[in-house]
Design a protein around this ligand. Structure first.
Ligand SMILES: O=C(O)C(=O)C[C@H](O)[C@H](O)CO
Length: 335
């Protein structure tokens, strides 16, 4: 089992009941979530030793976040307390033809307004195998662009592998801002979640020629040419039939070869937020456990499919449960 640190913002999510509009709701379901916190929880579920680096206010909501993380076995010794507020987001839950929609209320949060690194970096990364970050953090402020890079450099110097999920959030920054930041950050990365849209719109890679048999392989190769330090790329291919029915397939570029999982026909989706984080968590688990590439992508995709059956942002299945879901062939899998 590995030792992992993830960094990012965690928020209170308030979501409507299915069939309700946000403006008409008189009650909400409360969950806590954030891309990198969700990955931390997945990895802790699989038995890794995981710490989550963030900052939350010193009041009941900060305490609730701490309890949430600890309930999944995530170490909170790097969770700083203080600052003005906890970021929040509202979700109008989707159903059928109507997709879910999100409103962020996170400006000025304790994490977003951090102006310097308040951790002792030597202690953070000593003995740590993997440091996981996502593009959500540098999107929060100009300051965080620099701080993210400093943290990645410190982790790298301490011998950690660096995992980065591009996780582009158009509500937080423009494609130009993201592209510029990625040029700075990706040279430090070993494992990267990036797909066709990221290659085209953030990294400025030209569209694959019409004759390309598998454009994704083309984009993975082009991204690796640009950032040869990145040995592993991964992403999901999702076909959305409705808010409650998606086809999901995981893809992986590793050891200069392409792997893809069986196609999962995910129906009766309860909550797809965090599906990508469950996928990343499964992928990183496979890498930490030195599984074969095909087994890694199968595990990660199955973990993501399972997450879609659970309310809230985080994956709540352990290693044995994901493995038995794969073994039973349950769910609709097309091979
Ligand atoms: O959108 C964000 O910034 C979040 O971190 C909220 C969710 O937890 C995240 O989108 C799930 O990937």
């Amino acid at each position: 089992m590995g030792r992992v640190v993830t960094l990012g913002e965690i928020m209170l999510r308030l979501s409507t009941e299915q069939g309700q509009r946000l403006q008409d709701s008189d009650h909400f379901c409360a969950h806590y979530g954030g891309g990198e916190a969700n990955v931390a929880i997945s990895l802790a579920n699989y038995g890794h030793t995981v710490s989550f680096m963030s900052k939350v206010p010193e009041h009941s909501l900060g305490l609730a976040v701490e309890k949430h993380l600890r309930s999944y076995g995530v170490d909170t010794s790097l969770l700083l307390k203080g600052g003005p507020r906890l970021g929040t987001y509202y979700m109008e839950t989707g159903i059928g033809e109507r997709a879910a929609s999100v409103i962020y209320d996170r400006a000025g949060s304790s994490f977003a307004v951090m102006g310097c690194l308040e951790w002792s970096l030597e202690d953070c990364f000593k003995g740590v195998d993997l440091f996981h970050v996502s593009g959500i953090t540098p999107a929060l402020s100009e300051k965080w662009r620099g701080l993210t890079k400093e943290l990645m450099e410190a982790a790298k110097q301490a011998g950690c592998q660096i995992s980065f999920d591009i996780n582009y959030r158009g509500k937080l920054w423009t494609q130009q801002e993201a592209g510029k930041a990625l040029e700075q950050l990706l040279p430090l990365v070993d494992i990267c979640s990036a797909g066709e849209m990221d290659a085209l719109y953030l990294l400025g890679i030209a569209k694959a020629p019409e004759t390309t048999v598998n454009p994704l392989i083309y984009y993975y190769e082009k991204m690796q040419e640009r950032f040869p330090n990145i040995q592993t790329f991964y992403s999901t291919k999702r076909t959305v039939h409705s808010a409650s029915e998606n086809d999901l397939q995981g893809t992986l570029w590793m050891k200069d070869s392409y792997f893809e999982s069986p196609l999962h026909q995910v129906t009766s989706i309860v909550d797809r937020v965090g599906g990508g984080d469950a996928f990343a968590g499964g992928l990183l688990h496979g890498i930490l456990e030195e599984m074969q590439p095909q087994a890694i992508i199968d595990f990660a995709t199955a973990a993501s499919a399972l997450k879609h059956t659970i309310h809230g942002d985080c994956n709540q299945f352990n290693q044995a449960e994901v493995a038995s879901f794969i073994a039973s062939g349950s769910g609709k899998i097309i091979r």
